[in-house]
Design a binder for this molecule. Structure first.
Ligand SMILES: [Zn+2]
Length: 286
């Protein structure tokens, strides 16, 4: 079933679970993710970044839509970190049911005005909108982010949500894109999240969810986080496994031999994340 983000996350927030948004950069990864969420009867968000669609091409979205339509679990197809109206229109034309407009590095006023414009365009055709306030950190991921995390300001957030009419808000509470260096343990600002949750009704999104301690991510789900973005955790195990398989078997070339181990690694991570986010079995609520 194909869902909008608004309809998907309403149920998640009410029932205190979060839906993982997995960045998909290949057909094999999408296949592995869909097989595992179906096995766990869990809803899912298939998330595609503009850099990923630049590689995959628009035709890829048709395959994602086919998966969604034929699946027994709720699926949202979401554009991650759209940077312009052009990105948003391309996503809507391709059939995404949710888009993110990220103008978080612009001034508060400019962020608000671009987000408002996108909400008008997207809501007219029943597409949900995510925006961001504050900045997510960057650990060298292609998604970028700021060298210094600027935490979301609760006063600004309240005004921003009211004025723009967005469906979900990406909050900056201490996460960073990419994988954390070995000597760094990320720390989420749960007190800030609690305050945001008391003042704002719409579901929150946690970006850069890879590598954060499971206990902190589970805690965040109790205070309004209903979507957690996961990219590096999946890509790293997928490509590590491929590297290993091909190194061990230099003459191997049939896809049915090359990919299964990598797909299984992806499935393990998907299952673990569904467990952390309390998503297992939740498709039955839709
Ligand atoms: Zn992000």
């Amino acid at each position: 079933m194909l869902y909008t983000m608004k309809d998907l996350l309403k149920v998640a927030k009410e029932n205190q679970f979060a839906v993982p948004a997995f960045n998909i950069c290949s057909y094999d990864m999408m296949k592995a993710i869909m097989e595992e969420v179906e096995a766990q009867n869990a809803p899912v968000i298939l998330e595609i970044h503009p850099d990923e669609i630049a590689y995959l091409n628009d035709e890829f979205v048709a395959a994602a839509k086919d998966y969604a339509h034929n699946s027994k679990v709720p699926v949202v197809i979401h554009m991650d970190h759209g940077g312009s109206v052009k990105d948003v229109m391309r996503a809507i034309r391709n059939g995404y049911t949710s888009v993110m407009i990220d103008a978080s590095t612009q001034t508060f006023e400019d962020n608000m005005s671009l987000t408002k414009e996108v909400v008008k365009l997207a809501h007219d055709v029943n597409v949900s909108v995510e925006a961001e306030l504050g900045t997510i950190g960057n650990n060298g991921s292609a998604e970028g982010g700021s060298a210094n995390i600027i935490y979301t300001d609760p006063n600004q957030a309240e005004e921003f949500v009211k004025e723009t009419g967005i469906d979900t808000l990406a909050v900056a509470i201490g996460t960073a894109h990419g994988l954390y260096p070995k000597d760094m343990t990320p720390k989420l600002n749960i007190e800030l999240l609690k305050e945001l949750n008391e003042r704002i009704d719409i579901p929150f999104v946690l970006h850069g969810g890879s590598g954060n301690p499971d206990s902190e991510v589970s805690e965040a789900v109790k205070y309004g986080v209903a979507k957690v973005n996961l990219s590096s955790d999946l890509k790293s195990v997928f490509f590590d496994a491929l590297r290993e398989v091909l190194t061990k078997n230099p003459k191997m070339y049939e896809p049915g031999d090359v990919f299964p181990e990598a797909n299984d690694k992806v499935k393990e991570v998907v299952k673990h994340k569904l467990h952390v986010l309390n998503t297992i079995g939740k498709a039955e609520l839709y």
